[in-house]
Design a protein around this ligand. Structure first.
Ligand SMILES: Nc1ncnc2c1ncn2[C@@H]1O[C@H](COP(=O)(O)OP(=O)(O)OP(=O)(O)O)[C@@H](O)[C@H]1O
Ligand SMILES: [Mg+2]
Length: 253
């Protein structure tokens, strides 16, 4: 059985793409067969793998725009056990091109369902905001995983996102579940970061996962050379953090 997770938070820059890459590598390292899908026209995830989103023909854009384009044609292996459906710049236009289509939010789900490729996990990276591309991710997924930046006002964005998740669940994807939330860019020396985490634990209980991804510049350095932190400095605390997250997500934590 494939578990399809959408990594979503409408707030920009909270660590969605970073987490998709590093969690994907961590799951693949454990032996799972993993597919990553970049639904962001900015192509941050695609770029992190050293792929130029200005220079690709087969991408998630053709997958969601044309029903005859199969997943097998647009995905590419990026590591052992790990494949990527890259984003191309034309994905930005799809929001407008799909605006009037009745099936605009179910395109990705239909494309993934047509495929018979046996993945254990599909991780979908979404853009900031709650537009059609994020909706496609929420509709295609079985579960939502929410990175939350351990900062003031983090809660506000999470509430809006939860409302959207409930709306999608009621209307378009009744089996959608919440895997959980996890803190990113956590600074152990900040009293305030701890307050944010405590509040998230109060509100979400066990849905607030144990793993906290700390703040560290290595996160920005690794993608410059096209690597996840797990590959760049395998024993780095950030790498260990994403391994712990993989363990929690996969059910071993
Ligand atoms: N744990 C971390 N420590 C330090 N920097 C981080 C951490 N996680 C992410 N960053 C940095 O923060 C920035 C935003 O991260 P990322 O691109 O993963 O966020 P995002 O939620 O995908 O953003 P967007 O909403 O724009 O797609 C990047 O420059 C990234 O290198
Ligand atoms: Mg991103």
């Amino acid at each position: 059985m494939t578990r399809t997770l959408v990594i979503a938070n409408q707030k920009g820059g909270v660590g969605k793409s970073t987490s998709v890459m590093n969690l994907g590598v961590a799951l693949a390292e454990r032996g799972s067969r993993v597919l990553l899908v970049d639904m962001d026209p900015q192509g941050g995830l695609t770029a992190a793998f050293g792929i130029n989103s200005h220079d690709i023909r087969r991408s998630v854009y053709s997958l969601i725009m044309y029903s005859h384009v199969s997943l097998a044609r647009v995905m590419r292996p990026v590591r052992a056990n790990l494949a990527l459906v890259p984003a191309s710049v034309d994905l930005a236009a799809s929001e407008i091109q799909l605006a009037g289509a009745a099936d605009r939010a179910v395109r990705l789900r239909q494309s993934l369902q047509r495929s018979r490729i046996p993945f254990d996990f599909i991780l979908i990276d979404t853009p900031p905001g709650l537009g059609i591309l994020t909706a496609n991710g929420l509709v295609a997924a079985d579960e939502v995983l929410i990175p939350v930046q351990c900062q003031y006002l983090a809660m506000r964005g999470v509430r809006a996102l939860m409302d959207t998740v409930v709306r999608v669940k009621n209307k378009l994807n009744t089996t959608l579940g919440l895997t959980g939330l996890f803190g990113t860019m956590y600074r152990p020396d900040s009293r305030h970061a701890q307050e944010v985490v405590d509040e998230l634990r109060d509100v979400f209980g066990a849905k607030m996962l144990k793993t906290l991804i700390h703040y560290d510049d290595v996160v920005a350095e690794a993608p410059i050379v096209g690597l996840s932190v797990l590959e760049y400095i395998p024993r780095h605390p950030i790498a260990q953090g994403y391994r712990a997250l993989a363990e929690e997500v996969a059910g071993g934590g």
